[in-house]
Design a protein around this ligand. Structure first.
Ligand code: CA
Length: 228
């Protein structure tokens, strides 16, 4: 969970404070910026897992930033919730047309905001939601950051934990080494692709007799599969 960063793009300090407090209380990291320019700069340095984007910002409208994100190959999948005082039906449609995943109208309740963020993360980035993941005898609890196999807690390194969490969130899907580096280690980290093999090897050791959950797909990469 400490790896889930939500970027808040909002220029009203009172709202930034409320939103930051609410999201931190739910267990996410937050970073707040007050303009689309700062937001774009941040996204390029460190891709957030979700963006809460205000509509009316001092330099440009939030919609412009949304269009920029959605037309960028590297960032177009970042989940975005528009945060705005506008409640007109046509504005909601404009936001959704520009690629917003959801819409929260000010004033909103902290509980509603948390529920929306949780639902969107579960839908778009299940490895960042707080629901326990299961695969065969393996249960991963993102809240306590623990892994149990046949109900026995196991020792697992940080990188192996993140890798396992990602695999469990996307079962039966093959990922290349470079995709795993992007998704698990982050877009901007420079690591050799061989590093992935090392961590997969360590992960299999941790999984012991459940190690065949992690399959090598020759000349493509790896996947988690429960199929025999
Ligand atoms: Ca504003």
């Amino acid at each position: 969970m400490a790896d889930t960063t939500i970027l808040i793009v909002e220029d009203e300090p009172a709202i930034v404070e409320l939103v930051s407090f609410t999201l931190k209380a739910a267990g996410w990291n937050t970073v707040a910026v007050g303009s689309t320019g700062e937001a774009w700069e941040f996204i390029q340095r460190r891709t957030p897992q979700l963006i809460l984007l205000d509509w009316m910002l001092p330099d440009q409208s939030g919609l412009r930033l949304l269009s920029k994100i959605r037309s960028d190959r590297q960032f177009n999948e970042i989940p975005v919730i528009m945060l705005t005082a506008k409640s007109m039906e046509e504005d909601k449609i404009a936001g959704l047309d520009h690629g917003a995943d959801d819409y929260v109208t000010k004033p909103f309740s902290p509980r509603e905001l948390t529920a929306r963020v949780k639902a969107l993360l579960r839908r778009k980035a299940p490895e960042h939601s707080q629901t326990a993941l299961t695969a065969g005898p393996v249960i991963l609890d993102p809240v306590s950051c623990t892994v149990r196999i046949h109900d026995q807690k196991v020792e697992i390194g940080h990188a192996e934990y993140k890798l396992l969490k990602f695999f469990m969130a996307h079962p039966e899907r093959v990922f290349s080494r470079s995709q795993l580096l992007d998704k698990v280690w982050g877009d901007h980290v420079v690591i050799e692709e061989r590093t992935v093999d090392v961590h997969v090897l360590r992960l299999r050791k941790v999984l012991k007799n459940a190690e065949n959950l992690i399959r090598t797909v020759r000349s493509v990469g790896y996947m988690l599969s429960e199929k025999p």
